[in-house]
Write a new protein. Sequence first.
Length: 415
Amino acid sequence: MPRFFYTVRDSTGKKIVSYEDAASEDELVSRLQDKGLVVIQVVSGQGDVQQASSRILGRVRLRHYHSRVSAGDMVLFCRQLATLLGAGVTLLKCLEVISKQVASVRLYEIIKDLQKNMEAGLSLHEAMAKHPKVFSELWINLVESGEASGNLAVVLGRLAGYLERDKEFRRKVISALIYPAILTVVGLSAFIFLTVRVMPTFAELFTQFGVKLPALTQALINFSNLLRHYWFWLIGGLGIGVYFFIKYVQTKSGKRHFEAFLFKLPVFGNFFQALAVERFTAEMSTLIESGVPILYSLEITEHSVGSPILSEIINRVKTEVRDGKTLSQPMEQSGFFEPMVLQMVAVGEEIGELPQMLKKINAFYVEYTEMFLARFTVMFEPIMLVVMGFLVGIMVVGMFLPIFDLSKIGSAAMQ
């Protein structure tokens, strides 16, 4: 089996030069990338290991797997860029090396365009600004701050940390909701099966015997007939309703009204507000820690926080801060933030450690939302079982009430 010498960097930026036997260069590259290593070069042959480390960077074949740019692609791109810059690799060479390892065709094309624009004289943040659908204001302004301060590697490292935490947090939220969603689908499917397949059999039996049906049984039979004979119209109407609802929620006013509804929900309202505050504190701490002024940080967060109601509050806070007030004062006037948040922000401003305080607030809300989801998942199963038991119970009672009447009639006839 051929032997390949390689040079890689781990997640801490440490340079590793070694060798391995593999069937092909592509196989070795796949193996190294699966370990989370940044492949700098791969050289075949039996030469000295130190000789391998001196070859030209970037001998990695293009390996693309999908066309879109996912959150995972952006996290990996940011982390690799921060690691390579921290190791002293030039920015253009970093982009060249990373472009040969990305899994997204679209991201590969964007990185190549970044290289082209930078070679034409643009800075990295100016080149990124040409792709607003991929690089958000948070990306662009943090990179601009890093370029201005000369600490681009450090700033990108902070951005990568934020993106990694955000991605992991979203993954946990989605994972926690999968089980309740499956239970709901299974429960509704069982109820519809009983209604559509079992109830018609009993209805036919009752018709043959000419039994006078109780109101509950008649209502269930009518519902069964509605599902069986008009299912196409029901599904079509539901689909049209969902379509127009999504379109409405995508509008500015619709999104705000829907979020206001979510915030007012009992029990769940606090959870949705916590999600908004978690995002706000995560972005603000990352921006301020990277050297972005508070006013500019508020302006960026206003457009990227993803909450229309919180965006309006941030806009008012920004105006008050511009007029000379501290950050905690207009936040308190908004009535949106918990006293704990206000106190920690005030203390952070007073002692000059606002980014650290915002990080602690963020950690609290991450823990709160994770605990809420864990409790919700645990409580949802028994609640769903009770609901399904109630629905099935109604179905059973509705089906057997006429049978009881038939038995009474039969007993009376025998007497």
